[in-house]
Write a protein that binds this ligand. Structure first.
Ligand SMILES: *Cc1c(COP(=O)(O)O)cnc(C)c1O
Length: 410
């Protein structure tokens, strides 16, 4: 049996479908984020990153870096084991208190990543609800889908953000325990859930709400509590899930909610129990980031939204086709996997602009795109350069320009 040949064959299949992923090797420049060094085939080059989920540049913030350095000096690096076996690091306990306060919840629990928090949080909670049915938005992230699957409970999918469909399914579920899993801000289209209406339906039909705020924590709401904070709905959400790796710029994920639900996950979840705790120094750095964004009176958040608006407006004026969302994510539509990759390569090689192509299966076939994420650190000159580069690439590849501006001029 030629095992290696089987893997080669599996990879060929991906390459044939243009789904084989090619990484771009970079070294971030903490002093000059979003600038970075790209280890290009013919030597290193300076580039500007336009597709980072470090939405506010907190991964390079001096307070976060200094906290990490100090904490590592004081406490060392690894946690040395699970929280049960090797001691419950005070840095993680403090981080959880910071997160619970951010979302105005009784308790929070930290995991190695946002992915693990969804996978293990949802599966554990739903499994503990006897005869439960999970109602899951059609566009939910893979980590939610895996959590739902691993719970072993019945699931029904409601059409994306379609509250009429959700209500129909809630009614059909009768008086079984019901668990609604959705996201606040969907990161591929940049659209937002009708959260008030979903919460209203949850109350009417006695369902539990589980909200993934991964792409909104740190960025929306007066203290960075997410879209639920902005909409005044935090107390209507039973469990909120977030990441420390995107706007907070570090690593790790969490859930927050009422004491018993969080304690149940702590006590029953294999994905929490059987893995080494987060590095305490990283926990300290993440807590510093959460604290900073809570108390910075929206400074980063305002500048972020300003640079996003400028980028959107400039792209629109140049006729670059975008999805018309009003969040910080700007999906520039290409609609073909090969052309999307070609556009991305041209931007990198010819213009020093890094915009990773987003192809199927991450997005549906035919909706391939470049996902532009401006940060507060992208200057007006960088925005102008991006627009010039995209216009050149669009002309060279013969890609269609938008006929009517996607955003009305201000
Ligand atoms: C990125 C992402 C996650 C996973 O978070 P990580 O901390 O990167 O593991 C979960 N949910 C959504 C919607 C995401 O986009």
């Amino acid at each position: 049996m030629d095992y290696e040949q089987i893997f080669v064959h599996a990879l060929d299949k991906l390459k044939h479908e243009r789904r084989y992923r090619i990484f771009t090797e970079i070294e971030k420049n903490a002093e000059h984020f979003p600038r970075a060094r790209w280890n290009a085939p013919n030597g290193p080059r300076d580039i500007v990153i336009w597709c980072s989920n470090d939405y506010l540049g907190m991964g390079s913030h001096p307070v976060v870096i200094e906290t990490l350095r100090d904490a590592a000096r004081r406490m060392g690096v690894g946690a040395g084991g699970t929280r049960n076996i090797s001691g419950n690091s005070s840095a993680i306990v403090e981080l959880e208190a910071e997160i619970a306060d951010l979302h105005r919840k009784e308790a929070a629990l930290v995991f190695s990543s946002g992915y693990v928090s969804n996978e293990t949080g949802i599966s554990t909670l739903a499994k503990l609800l006897p005869g439960c049915v999970i109602l899951s938005d059609q566009m939910n992230h893979n980590s939610i889908i895996e959590g739902v699957r691993q719970s072993g409970q019945d699931k029904v999918i409601f059409r994306h953000n379609d509250v009429a469909h959700l209500e129909e399914l809630l009614r059909a579920a009768g008086n079984r325990p019901k668990f609604i899993a959705f996201e606040s801000l969907y990161s591929m289209d940049g659209d937002v859930a009708p959260m008030a209406k979903i919460c209203e339906l949850a109350e009417k039909y006695g369902a539990m709400t589980y909200l993934d705020e991964v792409h909104a924590v740190g960025m929306y709401g007066p203290r960075g509590g997410g879209i639920a904070e902005r909409e005044g709905l935090m107390d209507k959400i039973d469990i909120v899930e977030g990441t420390l790796a995107k706007a907070f710029g570090v690593i790790g994920g969490y859930i927050a909610g009422k004491r018993a639900a969080i304690d149940a996950v702590r006590s029953y979840a294999p994905g929490f129990i059987f893995t080494t705790a987060m590095c305490p120094a990283l926990a300290a750095a993440a807590a510093a980031s959460v604290r900073h964004l809570k108390n910075s009176n929206g400074g980063e958040r305002e500048l972020h939204q300003t640079q996003v608006r400028k980028t959107r407006k400039a792209l629109s004026a140049a006729g670059i086709p975008m999805l018309p969302a009003d969040t910080h994510i700007i999906p520039v539509m290409v609609g073909d996997a090969g052309l999307c990759k070609a556009a991305s390569d041209m931007l990198l090689f010819d213009h020093g602009i890094y915009l990773q192509p987003i192809n199927a299966p991450t997005v549906p076939k035919g909706t391939e795109r470049l996902r532009v994420t401006p940060t507060p650190h992208h200057t007006d000159e960088m925005i102008a350069e991006l627009v010039r580069a995209l216009s050149t690439v669009w002309r060279k590849l013969g890609l269609p320009f938008a006929e009517t501006p996607a955003v009305a001029a201000e």
